[in-house]
Design a protein around this ligand. Structure first.
Ligand code: SAH
Length: 219
């Protein structure tokens, strides 16, 4: 499904095209992912003071010491998630501003967004409702602790970095399900772990920089 951006999207059409071109130049090839980035009004996910920078390919602050992910990283993680076919249901841990959530919701049937900072969750829920998304379910919880009530998932995307891959993520994957996440402390890398029956196959990609996955404290 597409976000209902009415007239507000048109103002930044050209800067958005430039961003998409930059992602193509950096090696993003999945056309559905590029289209979702093109149609997502990233400026609406930022505070007004930051919104003029919305179509730069950079992470930007969203308050509470958290950041809206860099568009390249959003595109890259989404592309990996879709590499071996479109997953039906996706668990997103650390939905923050809701930007990655809205990209995913245009590409899969159902997104389950989990965020531990309540004001961020409430703000993103309100915005995505305004944009007329109907396939997103939000939950205020710590995604690193317990299984989600709608598990298992065909895919899990985690937007905060644990030091090592949490067992609770692996347990929630369907057979052939895949998990995309950053792993590490000071030095992090992007990983995709695919479930093959009882085995898990790990692929490691480029270095990334994410906020840490927090444990046990809801705000
Ligand atoms: N893709 C988001 C990224 C937000 S930054 C965006 O573009 O806006 C990562 C988010 O993960 C933060 O909002 C942080 O609060 C959240 N987070 C960190 N640890 C978490 C946990 N254990 N459970 C749920 N959310 C968590």
């Amino acid at each position: 499904m597409k976000p209902d951006i009415g007239g507000i999207g048109m103002t930044s059409q050209r800067t958005r095209e430039r961003l998409v071109q930059r992602l193509i130049d950096q090696g993003i090839t999945n056309l559905s992912v590029l289209e979702a980035i093109r149609t997502t009004p990233r400026h609406l996910f930022l505070d007004e003071a930051m919104s003029h920078r919305a179509y730069e390919d950079t992470a930007l602050p969203i308050g509470f010491n958290q950041t809206l992910s860099q568009p390249y990283v959003v595109a890259r993680m989404t592309e990996l998630l879709l590499r071996d076919g479109r997953p039906k249901n996706v668990l997103e841990i650390g939905s923050g501003s809701g930007y990655q959530t809205s990209v995913l919701a245009q590409l899969v049937d159902e997104v389950y967004a989990v965020e531990r900072i309540k004001p961020l969750l409430d703000k993103s829920r309100k915005l995505l409702r305004q944009l007329k998304f109907r396939n997103i379910k939000f939950q205020h919880s710590d995604g690193g602790l317990d299984q989600h009530s709608s598990a298992p998932f065909a895919a899990i995307l985690c937007a905060a970095a644990p030091i090592s891959v949490p067992q609770v993520f692996l347990e929630q994957l369907t057979p052939n399900g895949r998990l995309v996440l950053p792993v590490g402390k000071e030095s992090q890398s992007l990983k995709m772990i695919t479930r093959k029956g009882d085995d898990f196959v790990t692929e490691t990609f480029e270095s990334v920089r994410f906020v840490p996955l927090c444990e046990g404290t809801l705000r």
